[in-house]
Design a protein around this ligand. Structure first.
Ligand code: URA
Length: 240
């Protein structure tokens, strides 16, 4: 049966659907020897020859999904031109080609999902599903009730208000404050920018939860495969 090219690439574990669309638009995908730039191009798995960056895509990889406790000072990428440590290096002993679901910035630690399951990645990242992500943040100073309210109701970033967030104080060092917050968006450096916007810069940031998946006591720099149960819990929410 014919299917859209970006869907096939996601199923073959090349990238998420959205990333596959980008690969196609960038002219990196050829079907039967010809570069195609329209992600909706119809292809038949097993019949059409598909290459990405000249590499033949000829099998559907077994699906692998892991969570990594990304340490600070590691870049969320497959390779870094500046030679900094990457998340790909931390899961190097897994044979499948895993790609990160979204990003944690260089100084942020915590829960990062890596997978070759394009459909799962698409669901977890797409803004229309608004999957909640929970962070533990140490902010500079002692936020007022007014600042907490602004974070909760939304602050303007790049001219657009952030969606309502859940936020609570969980402790203080006297000078600084530990906050737990949950957001349903994934804008670039969103948590840091929200707190900077209300005058309390983030000093430390860690993601502890992504949808139904919890970081638990996984040590920084280590990973584990998701259990069948955890994957089923996500899968049953994916609309068909
Ligand atoms: N918000 C941030 O500011 N940084 C991250 O890495 C994730 C969310």
């Amino acid at each position: 049966m014919a299917k859209r090219l970006h869907v096939i690439l996601a199923r073959a574990g090349v990238a998420s659907r959205r990333q596959a669309e980008e690969l196609i638009r960038e002219g990196r995908v050829a079907v039967n020897g010809k570069v195609v730039v329209d992600p909706a191009t119809q292809v038949v798995w097993g019949q059409d020859t598909i290459r990405v960056d000249n590499r033949l895509i000829d099998r559907l990889e077994p699906k692998v999904t892991v969570i990594l406790n990304k340490p600070r000072g590691v870049v969320t990428t497959v390779s870094d031109p500046k030679g900094r440590p990457t998340t790909a290096e931390l899961v190097r002993d897994i044979k499948a080609r895993l790609f990160p679901v979204g990003r944690l910035d260089y100084h942020t630690e915590g829960l990062l999902i890596l997978t070759n399951d394009g459909e799962l990645a698409q669901y977890l990242q797409h803004p229309k599903y608004g999957i909640p992500k929970t962070y533990l943040a140490k902010v500079k100073g002692l936020p007022t009730a007014q600042a907490m309210k602004r974070i909760r109701c939304g602050v303007i970033l790049n001219g657009k208000q952030t969606a309502p967030a859940k936020v609570r104080k969980i402790g203080t060092t006297g000078k600084n404050t530990w906050i737990e917050m949950t957001i349903r968006e994934g804008r670039n450096r969103q948590v840091r920018r929200m707190w900077a916007a209300v005058g309390y810069p983030v000093l430390k940031l860690k993601r502890t939860r992504y949808g139904t998946i919890r970081l638990g006591n996984l040590k920084p720099g280590t990973y584990r495969r998701l259990t069948r149960r955890e994957i089923e819990d996500i899968r049953k929410c994916i609309p068909r």
